[in-house]
Write a protein that binds this ligand. Structure first.
Ligand code: GLU
Length: 376
């Protein structure tokens, strides 16, 4: 049974992933400027409606390659890393100028696998993206290809974009590529293959449809897109695969154009809270006073001033249990300080943190977005 696909206007925070083959014409070795301008028109329209936008842009290696006049064919790892160093500067300028033409500020964010997988770095990356969006800037994100070696790299921006989307609690991830969606079989091999408009759950039959061949010049094929879909939908983010081979590709999606939607059953806030409350193993306990318990129940963050006693050897970003004066569990959350620093600032006002630690840390011991309060 098919559900109607959602509308683009349903979403408040959208990650748009752009593949290399869309940005760079590899035959001519140049940027597809007119297409980029049409995409940025669409982005600017969404931005003007007050939506938060993040762009995950591939193209560093492809651009570097053309700027350096490197020969066709596969590149050795060090060659593609060096090409990415050259291409990434150009890529960032391209986005900054294109968005800037609409009065939108771009911020370059380069991430590696560890930034989204290690919890302490994850919190940093998450709050940086959050701040950029508060400033109404558009983060333009890519993998830090010049330093990411094989063991520590995503290698494809499909999964990277899905991680970014979950990290930023985006409610939609749009994958623009040179194919307009998922087909019942790889269309190049099977001319009778048909497009699937809505996937409600990614099961083995959906994975089988992806085949294993890459569909683009870039690294990701349909398989990495399905992997991205699993990451996104499990975290409450809907995903849509749509063609970037048309001008105004987001307008096309908004107008109900051909695409495959992967539906999430939860929303990002609920799934994140479930993740914090249920799936993470706690590494310590914060015992808090009655005033802090009352504040938490009113939906506030936990400040250092309300913390009386600390147990455990947790690191920043770890899950901890929060207990009230009677020892009862109040909730769980991701703590913003390592245990040693938490011990030093507990009981103190947030304004004293720079004096005590010698650095400007966060005002909260656990930010309310990172906190799940149990039933009273
Ligand atoms: N990060 C790579 C680049 O900018 C692209 C990875 C991909 O093609 O998915 O060239």
């Amino acid at each position: 049974m098919l559900h109607n696909p959602p509308a683009l206007s349903d979403f408040g925070r959208i990650v748009v992933k752009v593949g290399s083959a869309l940005l760079v014409d590899s035959q001519a070795g140049c940027v597809r400027e007119a297409w980029l301008a049409s995409l940025v028109d669409d982005l600017a329209a969404l931005h003007a409606e007050g939506r938060d936008l993040l762009v995950v842009s591939s193209g560093a290696v492809a651009l570097g390659r053309s700027l350096l006049h490197l020969p066709r064919g596969p590149l050795a790892l060090e060659d593609s890393q060096a090409a990415a160093a050259v291409g990434q500067i150009a890529l960032a300028r391209l986005w900054a100028e294109a968005l800037g033409g609409h009065g939108i500020t771009a911020g370059q964010v380069l991430v590696t696998l560890g930034d989204t997988e290690e919890r302490r770095r994850y919190l940093n990356a998450r709050s940086t993206l959050g701040r950029l969006m508060e400033w109404r800037a558009v983060p333009v994100i890519n993998e830090n290809d010049t330093v990411a070696t094989n063991e520590i790299r995503y290698g494809d921006n499909d999964r990277l974009a899905a991680r970014v989307a979950t990290m930023a609690s985006a409610d939609l991830l749009v994958l623009l590529s040179d194919i307009d969606g998922l087909y019942t079989a790889p269309p190049a091999k099977d001319p009778a293959a048909t497009l699937i408009p809505v996937v409600e759950r990614i099961g083995p039959e959906i994975e089988a449809m992806a085949g294993d061949s890459a569909s683009e010049l870039s690294r990701g094929g349909m398989r990495t897109k399905i992997e991205a879909g699993k990451i996104a939908t499990a975290a409450g983010t809907h995903m849509v695969i749509a063609s970037g081979r048309v001008d105004h590709p987001l307008e096309a999606v908004a107008g109900g154009g051909r695409a495959t939607w992967f539906l999430a059953s939860d929303n990002p806030v609920t799934s994140r809270k479930r993740w914090i409350g249920g799936s993470l193993e706690p590494h310590g306990t914060l015992h808090i006073d009655a005033g802090a318990v009352a504040a938490l129940r009113r939906g506030k963050s936990l400040l250092p001033a309300g913390v009386r006693r600390i147990e455990g050897g947790f690191a920043r970003g770890d899950a901890v249990i929060v207990r009230g004066p009677d020892g009862r569990e109040i909730g769980r959350g991701l703590v913003a300080y390592d245990a040693e620093d938490a011990e030093r600032i507990r009981g103190h006002s947030s304004a004293d943190i720079p004096n005590i630690l010698g650095t400007h840390g966060r005002a909260e011991m656990i930010h309310r977005d990172d906190l799940v309060i149990g039933q009273a």
